[in-house]
Design a protein around this ligand. Structure first.
Ligand SMILES: CC(C)(COP(=O)(O)OP(=O)(O)OC[C@H]1O[C@@H](n2cnc3c(N)ncnc32)[C@H](O)[C@@H]1OP(=O)(O)O)[C@@H](O)C(=O)NCCC(=O)NCCS
Length: 172
């Protein structure tokens, strides 16, 4: 059976570990190669990935044979105390495992994790062409803040970015 035929029920979540580095970065690179995930074109080294993301809120989705098929992680947005509960997240799923609910489960679990830690806002910037990400986030309760127009160049082309955010109702 090829991976994309596995039922969604066989995807389970667990905390990301250093041992997941190669799969996490390969899935990251596959997402970047699609051209609609990020301004970045090359996945970082594990050292840089690890240094830039909060250890407490990193999850992977694994399929029935234990292969990592997706991940979610967050970075702080500012060193200012007032924004200490505001993070920016990334969620990436292996192209062979998309459309099975892995990202939705990762995002829901991330929200549980950040809510429990008192993080009040999760935000992300998404290219308007990234229909899958926009649908995923809308269904997970994110709102569109607005669209930044031609805010950066990606492979020589100016791109708009839709700003999304989810304000936790639990953190008061
Ligand atoms: C965006 C991404 C993470 C979605 O992963 P996924 O596991 O396929 O998403 P899911 O199967 O969990 O789908 C989540 C929801 O989005 C919807 N969706 C997924 N792909 C879609 C698409 N191409 N078009 C429209 N809706 C889509 C699903 O119907 C689902 O809605 P539902 O909960 O009502 O059924 C995946 O496409 C990816 O890794 N893309 C490259 C990296 C990227 O762009 N990351 C986001 C950067 S902001």
């Amino acid at each position: 059976m090829i991976r994309s035929e596995l039922p969604a029920a066989e995807v389970r979540l667990r905390p990301m570990t250093t041992g997941d580095a190669d799969r996490v970065l390969a899935i990251y690179q596959a997402g970047l190669d699609g051209g609609n995930a990020s301004f970045e074109t090359v996945a970082p080294s594990w050292v840089d990935f690890d240094a830039g993301r909060l250890p407490a809120h990193r999850l992977v989705a694994v399929d029935g044979d234990g292969t990592v098929v997706g991940w979610v992680a967050v970075s702080p947005t500012s060193s200012r105390a007032v924004y200490s509960g505001v993070v920016e997240h990334s969620v990436y799923v292996d192209p062979a495992a998309r459309g099975r609910g892995a990202a939705r489960r990762l995002l829901d679990a991330l929200i549980d994790s950040t809510d429990a830690a008192g993080i009040w806002t999760i935000q992300s910037g998404v290219f308007p062409e990234n229909a899958a990400s926009l649908a995923l986030h809308r269904r997970a309760g994110f709102r569109v803040v607005g669209t930044r127009e031609r805010v950066g160049r990606h492979q020589g082309r100016w791109r708009d970015v839709v700003l999304l955010e989810r304000r936790s109702p639990l953190v008061k």
